[in-house]
Structures are given as structure tokens and as C-alpha cells.
Design a protein around this ligand. Structure first.
Ligand SMILES: *Cc1c(COP(=O)(O)O)cnc(C)c1O
Length: 366
């Protein structure tokens, strides 16, 4: 009665997530601008807390992540009981999928929404459904029109990666108000700390007011702790209860918990990282526009530079041209934006290098 292994439905449809490329074997300076990592690294306090754990690696982590949840709760004025920590926000997003998606259900997100949403939907056997965007921005009307009786989860990255665009709090509330109460709205606010706009809210108020909204956050971007894998969710009590049942009992490592708690307490370092981004993102956007790229205003720590042609030929050539010079940017073919490159706001040297590199490309291959 032998047969081939039968993998669960949906898994075969997944194209495995490809991280941003770097150049370990490159001779000369390498500028990795392909994964939205922080050019400032991590807070010195976080690095010290991480290092201190080296002497206690035999000890299991605190499975309740109490110190970290308390640090987050203090900073944002939240009840720590409503916070759940994960091995990156990716883990939390996947756990939400595991808990609320199943074959026969649908997960909805916008056309150029973060790639993990599709992978998560497929891995749960659910159908990924996308709604068209307007000007590379989530269109609330289109999202609501795409809701069906099978919709269980709506994923919204706000601001979105890779487009860099966001929807203001009024639109966020309108999206929530239009959803049936049995649909979970997952607000992925991975770039919230970078946003300076009066009409932006990461989602705390919505989560506090309703049973069907979750906000996820990460330590991978502005806190510069991507290597440690730490994220968190602010959830209604019932959703926190669900996440605490489906997560691994020790899902975040002890050094990661300690470093993230120290990072959360270091407000000065956070301000520095934000100021750096606020200085260099507009610089990068302007320089890229000067070179002829289309660049919509970004609210994250990256910019999406688009070639005028719709095919991917020039973007691919530019990516390779830069890679030969030790500069790594993100190919956007997997996002259905083959004519675009996503470029992280890097160090001063990296930003100058990528602009000089693209200037060379445009000049040599007009
Ligand atoms: C980077 C990113 C994340 C994932 O962050 P981790 O916490 O490192 O898993 C989640 N959502 C979006 C939109 C991101 O860009």
C-alpha cells in the first residue's frame, strides 16, 4: 500500500521566499541595500544585553517573554497581557495564518502586498486573494469589494513593503469598519517607527477597541536586530490566547529577548536611526528622480525606483551592474514589479555608492 508522500494542499504552490542578496565573496566594500536592514546596526545596550547571555546558554528562555512584553507595554502604554512575542513578526504572521486560515478559506491583501502573505495563505491551504491598488497604494474600496464569505484574514502592511506607501488612519478605520466581524484584520506595521505623517496610526487604537484586529511589529528594521528574529503583536485578549496556544513554548531565544528589551528602552538610539532615515531617504528619492527614475514617496526605510519601461530588462541589467560593483538592491519581479528596484536607505557611503552606480548605468546604457 505504498505511495508517495502527500504534502498538504497549497504547499506546492509556494515559491520559497528569497532573501535579499549580499556579496560575501566580493573584494572591496559591499553595500547590501536589499533587505531593509538598519545602517546604524543595533543599540549598544542591545548588543551588551545579547553578549551577557553568552554565559547562560544552557538556560531555557523565559517562555512568557515577560521582560520584553513589559518593556514594550511601558513604552506604548499597553497591557502586557495583550502582547505576544515571536521569532520575528514573520512567525507571528504565520501563527495567525495557522490559527485562522484553512483550506476553503481566503486570505486577502493588496496587489503588491508583502510576499509573506501569499506564502502564509498557501502554507495553510487557504486561497490568496489580491485587490488592485491605486498609485501603488492600498485601495480600501477595492479591498472591501474583494471580501467574500470565505475571507478569514486581511493582511495589510502599513506602510507597505515594497511600495513604501501607507493609508492614513481614516482609511484604516474605514477598512476595518467595512469588514465582517468574523474577518481578522492584521495590520503589519513593520515600518511604523519611520513614519512621520500626522494622519498615520500604527493600529493600537483599533486593536484596543475591537476583537478582530491585530497589529504586528518587528525589531528587524529600525532596531537593527534582524539577525536575532524578534517581533511582537498587540492583540485583543482572545487572539493573544490563541497565539499563546499555537506558538512554541520557547519561540524566542533568550539573547533575542534580552537584546530586544534593551533596544526598546533605548529611545535615544531609536531617534538616531529615525533621524538618519529622515535625512537620507529624501536625499535618495531626489537623487533617483534626477536620474530619471519614477519614485513614489516612501514612508519606510527604502525606496522603490521604477524604470519607465514596463518590462524587467533594464531593472535586471541595473541590478547586475550594481552587483558587479558590490552594491546589492532588491529585484522586484516576484512582486509583479519587474521594472522596479527596491533600495534600502543605507549609510551615507552606501547611498552615495548606489546613486553613483545607477548614474553610471544610466550613462552607459541610455
Ligand atoms: C521585514 C518585514 C517583516 C518581517 O520582519 P521580521 O520581524 O524580520 O520577520 C514583516 N512585514 C513586512 C512588511 C516587512 O517588510
Amino acid at each position: 500500500m505504498a505511495g508517495a508522500l502527500r504534502v498538504n494542499p497549497g504547499i506546492a504552490e509556494i515559491s520559497a521566499y528569497q532573501g535579499g542578496k549580499g556579496g560575501d565573496d566580493f573584494a572591496g566594500p559591499v553595500y547590501k541595500l536589499s533587505s531593509n536592514e538598519s545602517p546604524l546596526g543595533a543599540s549598544p545596550d542591545a548588543r551588551a544585553a545579547y553578549a551577557a547571555l553568552a554565559d547562560h546558554l544552557e538556560t531555557y528562555p523565559d517562555g512568557s517573554a515577560e521582560e520584553l512584553r513589559d518593556a514594550i507595554a511601558t513604552r506604548y502604554g499597553l497591557n502586557p497581557a495583550n502582547i505576544v512575542c515571536g521569532a520575528g513578526s514573520d512567525e507571528i504572521l504565520a501563527l495567525l495564518g495557522k490559527a485562522y486560515l484553512a483550506p476553503g478559506t481566503e486570505a486577502l491583501y493588496s496587489a503588491h502586498g508583502f510576499l509573506m502573505y501569499k506564502i502564509i495563505a498557501n502554507s495553510c491551504g487557504a486561497s490568496p486573494v489580491t485587490a488592485p491598488e491605486v498609485d501603488l497604494t492600498t485601495d480600501v474600496d477595492a479591498m472591501l469589494a474583494a471580501v467574500t464569505p470565505k475571507t478569514r484574514v486581511v493582511f495589510l502592511a502599513n506602510p507597505n513593503n515594497p511600495t513604501g506607501t501607507y493609508i492614513p488612519v481614516g482609511e484604516l478605520k474605514r477598512l476595518h469598519a467595512g469588514l465582517p466581524s468574523d474577518v481578522l484584520l492584521v495590520i503589519d506595521a513593520a515600518y511604523a517607527e519611520y513614519v512621520r505623517a500626522n494622519d498615520y496610526e500604527a493600529g493600537i487604537e483599533l486593536v484596543s477597541s475591537y476583537e478582530n484586529v491585530v497589529m504586528t511589529r518587528t525589531f528587524s528594521k529600525i532596531y537593527g536586530l534582524a539577525g536575532l528574529r524578534v517581533g511582537w503583536a498587540y492583540c485583543p485578549a482572545a487572539v493573544a490566547g490563541v497565539l499563546n496556544r499555537v506558538r512554541g513554548p520557547f519561540n524566542v531565544t533568550a539573547p533575542a529577548l534580552a537584546a530586544a528589551a534593551a533596544a526598546m528602552r533605548d529611545g535615544d538610539f531609536l531617534d538616531k536611526a529615525r533621524d538618519h532615515n529622515e535625512t537620507w531617504r529624501p536625499w535618495l528619492e531626489a537623487a533617483l528622480r534626477d536620474l530619471g527614475f519614477e519614485v513614489s514617496p516612501s514612508f519606510g526605510n527604502f525606496v522603490l525606483a521604477r524604470f519607465a519601461e514596463s518590462g524587467g530588462g533594464r531593472a535586471n541589467a541595473a541590478e547586475m551592474y550594481l552587483a558587479k560593483r558590490g552594491i546589492f538592491v532588491r529585484n522586484m519581479t516576484g512582486y509583479g514589479l519587474p521594472h522596479a528596484l527596491r533600495i534600502t536607505v543605507g549609510s551615507e557611503a552606501a547611498n552615495h555608492a548606489v546613486v553613483a552606480g545607477l548614474a553610471g548605468f544610466v550613462q552607459e546604457t541610455p
